[in-house]
Design a binder for this molecule. Structure first.
Ligand code: 13P
Length: 253
């Protein structure tokens, strides 16, 4: 059985002190709780706060996640952060290809692919985000768009490596809008993604990959989504910024 994975993507929110405070509250809230063994929990603060938060989550069940990374090790890449740097402070997972960098900052499928290969080659877990816009859903091209994003991201990735990765299905129209995909809508796309992974890698690998849902997930709608056969967790934005609402989703998982 796939272990559920709930990750809070804090995006560009919270100062270093505020991040440390929220991380401290979360660590205290999950300490000694049985659910912390059955659900994988992660938080992705701003890059600035990663080092501080690393010390806070150390020894706890809370994993340290980065919101992005560059695909080179070092050098003249102003503004970028490398996998080596993340690894050195204890980051274990990296969010890649989120729709915000894709749509706002020109992140390409090719870059997402290079980053996925790099993160896997360094033994970290990529959380590869895919998802369609509202216009694409209304134009009935959701599977085409999501399928292309998955194929592109996994170009050159072996079955053994793919099995260790996580995919986040985040319909762009559901992110930060309060609109959530219905349980059936989400499950249909998750099932499609798993079918595609089966085609690419065989069923053993496809069954091992965890596929999270993201897009206005909150404690109130989490159980319905997380009950679906192919929904293995959540990537949470807004509701991860307060310990109570994030904890509600973790408990639902
Ligand atoms: P919201 O939960 O705020 O809709 O954000 C989802 C998301 O983009 C997580 O990566």
């Amino acid at each position: 059985m796939r272990k559920k994975i709930i990750v809070g993507n804090w995006k560009m929110n919270k100062t270093v002190d505020e991040s440390a405070k929220l991380a401290t509250e979360l660590v205290a809230a999950v300490k000694g709780q049985a659910f912390a063994e059955t659900v994988e929990i992660g938080i992705a603060p701003t890059f600035l706060a990663l080092d501080r938060v690393a010390a806070i989550v150390k020894g706890s069940p809370v994993r340290l996640v980065a919101q992005d990374v560059h695909f080179e090790n070092q050098g003249a890449f102003t503004g970028k952060v490398s996998v080596d740097m993340l690894k050195a402070i204890g980051v274990t997972h990296v969010i890649l290809g989120h729709s915000e960098p894709r749509t706002l900052f020109g992140e390409t499928d090719a870059a997402v692919n290079k980053k996925t290969l790099k993160v896997l080659s360094e033994g970290l877990t990529p959380i590869v985000c895919v998802g369609e816009t509202r216009a694409e859903r209304e134009g009935n091209v959701t599977e085409k768009v999501v399928g292309n994003q998955v194929r592109a991201a996994y170009q050159g990735v072996s079955a053994a490596e793919a099995a260790k990765s996580v995919i986040a299905y985040e319909p762009v129209w559901a992110i930060g809008t309060g609109l959530t995909a219905s349980d059936d809508q989400a499950q249909a796309v998750h099932k499609f993604i798993r079918g595609l992974l089966t085609e690419l890698y065989g069923s053993g690998t496809a069954e091992a990959v965890r596929i999270q849902y993201g897009g206005s997930m909150k404690a109130e709608n989490a159980s319905g989504l997380l009950k679906q056969g192919d929904i293995d967790g959540g990537l949470i934005g807004g509701a991860s910024l307060k310990v109570d609402s994030f904890l509600g989703i973790i408990k639902a998982a």
